[in-house]
Every structure is written in C-alpha cells, then in structure tokens.
Design a binder for this molecule. Structure first.
Ligand code: PLP
Length: 391
C-alpha cells in the first residue's frame, strides 16, 4: 500500500503540518549543505538547545537515584502519577513561595512541549483556542495533532489584548521567538481580559529563569487574580540543561474559574504513568545551594552571550528585539529579504544558521531568530563573520 492510498486512514491534520515550513525542513537544508561542504565550519545560531552540561550536584543525585532503583526497599515503580512529593516540596518552596499552592495543584511531567498540548485533552473540542500569530509552533501543531481547531490572533504576542473572545489562550513569556518578557502592566491586561471573557490562559513560562529585569514578573501568579484564570507551565529543560533528561511541571490552581483539578487527575491517571524518578531526583537536587550557584552562573553566561549578540547586531544596523530577559533575539532581516531568503544568505555566504521567522508564523516573515544558548566561542566566531560581511 502506498502512502497516498493510506491517506484517508491517517489524521489529515498531519498533512497540514507536513506542508507547513518547519524545523525539520531547515535541518534537511543545513545537513545537505554540511555534507556538500565538509571543509566549512557551519555555526548554528539557531539552536534552542542548551550547551552547558548538567551541573555535578544534579548528576550526583541522579546516580544515587539509579542506585535506589537497584535495591528492594528503595525501588520505585508505578504510582506517582502526578509527581513525587520530594520534588513538589522543593518547587513550592523555591519557586512559588508566598503563593500558597498545595501539592494537589502542582503536577510533575516530562516536558512542556507535550504538556502545553496535552492540556487540550481536558477541554471540549468546541472551545475557541487563540494562538498568537507569531509563536512557538508547537501550540499550532500540537492542536492539529489532537484534531483541534484554533484561531491565530493577529499581531504578535506582545500586542494588546484581542477584541474577540477566546475560551483558551496561549501566552508565552519570556517569549520564543520574540525574546521579550511581559511587564507587570502588560500581563495585568491579559489577566483582566481573561477574567472579563471567562477565558483560561495557558501560560508557557519555560524561560522564567532568564528574567532579570525587576519590572517583569517571573510567574503569572504574581498578578492579582491570575489564579482564577491561568495554568502556568514550566520546565527544567533550559534552566538546568534537562533538554535530554525531560522534567517539567505546571500549576492548576484550585481557584481557577473552571473547576478542573479532579477532571485533570482523572485524565492524567488514564493517560500518563508519571515522570521519570531519576529525572525528578535530579530536578530536586537542582535546588541545593551548591547546584544553584552553578546554575545561576550558566544562566548568567547565556544572558551575557545574548548581550554580545544584541550589541553586535545593533552595531551592524539591525533592528533587534529581545535578548535581555531571554536567550533569544528577534531581528529584522536586511535588504528587504524575506526570512527564508535571509536564512539562505546566512548559510551560504557566512555559514551561519539562523531561524527564519516564517517558522513561527507567516507574520514573522520579515524577521529571523537568533539563540544565545550555544557555545561562547562559536558565538564570537559568528559575530566576527557578521562584522566582516557587513563591514
Ligand atoms: N515552550 C517553549 C516556548 C519552548 O521554546 C520550548 C523549547 O524550545 C518548549 C516549550 C519545550 O520545552 P520542553 O523541553 O520542556 O519540552
């Protein structure tokens, strides 16, 4: 049976995803270019992956966790569907102090990429979902995988609140790809919108640890009334280099206007067997003072790299957004080039990989995204190439 013959059996929305420009298409172009030009050092400024390894106190805790699994009295099997208390306690103490969340409101999981889509399983297929027109592509593609329809909200996610009603709204701060975080005032407007429209905000907060500006809230729950309207998602991926280990968490407050906690437990019990024990032990150890010092150093280093990139692009006359409370910069292309043409130019002339804005939505087609999560020496070489080219 060939692919087309079978088409009617598969989720037709997967074809929509296949047709859209995605990261997978970029990877193909870059891989082919590298194969054809093995002598060139291609540097990726595109990577959303981290470059620091996991810090030693966390590694030690994961080794210990492996040992736990080897002994009858410390072995862990099924059962912790919503996460282990030892990790929840650390998160509630260190991340949400003063907010009075209980264990029951916090869920441990295995990555925000899946969490932000899985949450849709709780809601009726009829709910109106709003997704910012420039955003992390998984909000759209995840919804399509689950056969959910959605509307793109015009403008970028920094724009003012929409003038129409949504039941669910994806917001992301610090934002990928825009590289900026909401101020208290901006976030207050979104919380007010959600209250007035009986809407639930799905707040993707995976980059919260990069916020350093004092006028930017780290959590949406710092805004009065947010517990009634927001589910906040966070991940250990970028903060402690767990992109390969996988551990995340999210909060469903009991004050939420729609009482969903019991329903979500029912759903989760039937769809998930809990996050990895070893990962959770590692994540818990990241709150040890010795680990915190190392982790803060890593985050600071990424932010310094973002500054290097920001200053370099500004010097070269680019219009730059972001890179202060986030490892990402959102930069306008030069010479009126659309984002894919600019991506091609960077790859073929400078041997640099940037992410064309169209990947994040058609509205982003005059921009490209640069990441500061790569190695410092690579970033410095990239800056030199840019300076030589635009000199
Ligand atoms: N949300 C945003 C905005 C992201 O940029 C990413 C990863 O790049 C994720 C979620 C995925 O996080 P995780 O590694 O926890 O799945």
């Amino acid at each position: 049976m060939n692919y087309y013959h079978k088409n009617h059996l598969i989720n037709q929305n997967l074809l929509l995803i296949k047709q859209a420009k995605g990261f997978q298409d970029l990877i193909k172009v870059v891989t082919t270019f590298k194969k054809q030009n093995p002598q060139l050092k291609v540097i990726s400024l595109g990577v959303g992956d981290v470059s620091f390894p996991i810090v030693s106190p966390v590694i030690k805790a994961m080794h210990q966790a492996v040992n736990d699994l080897s002994k009858g009295d410390t072995f862990k099997g099924y059962g912790a569907y919503y996460g282990y208390d030892f990790l929840k306690k650390q998160i509630l103490t260190h991340e949400y102090q003063g907010l009075n969340f209980t264990n029951q409101e916090l869920y441990i999981s295995s990555g925000t990429k899946t969490d932000v889509t899985d949450i849709l399983e709780l809601f009726s297929p009829q709910v109106k979902i709003g997704i910012p027109s420039i955003s992390y592509p998984i909000y759209k593609y995840g919804a399509l995988c689950l056969n959910r329809s959605f509307e793109l909200i015009p403008g970028d996610s920094k724009s003012s609140v929409p003038n129409r009603k949504y039941d669910l709204l994806y917001l992301n701060s610090p934002n990928n790809p825009l590289g900026i975080a909401y101020s208290y005032q901006e976030l207050k407007e979104w919380v007010n919108y959600a209250q007035q429209n009986n809407c639930i905000i799905l707040y993707d907060n995976v980059y919260f640890s990069f916020i350093t500006s004092s006028d930017k809230p780290k959590s949406i729950y710092e805004i009065k009334g947010a517990k009634e309207v927001a589910i906040e998602f966070r991940s250990f991926s970028k903060s402690i280099s767990f992109t390969g280990v996988r551990c995340s968490y999210y909060v469903i407050p009991k004050e939420l206007n729609v009482q969903i906690n019991d329903w979500w437990r029912l759903r989760t019990f039937n769809r998930f067997n809990g996050a990895d024990y070893i990962a959770q032990r590692g994540a818990a150890a990241s709150y040890l003072p010795a680990a915190q010092n190392l982790i803060r150093f890593n985050i600071k280093s990424y932010l310094m790299r973002a500054q290097l990139l920001r200053q370099a692009f500004l010097r070269l006359g680019f219009e730059v957004i972001g890179g202060i409370d986030s490892p990402y910069l959102w930069i306008k292309t030069k010479g009126g080039l659309k984002s894919e043409a600019f991506f091609e130019l960077m790859l073929r002339e400078l041997h640099l990989v940037v992410i064309p804005g169209i990947i994040f939505g058609v509205a982003g087609d005059d921009y490209f995204r640069v990441s500061a999560l790569g190695k410092e020496e690579d970033i410095k070489i990239a800056i030199k190439r840019l300076e030589d080219y635009y000199a």
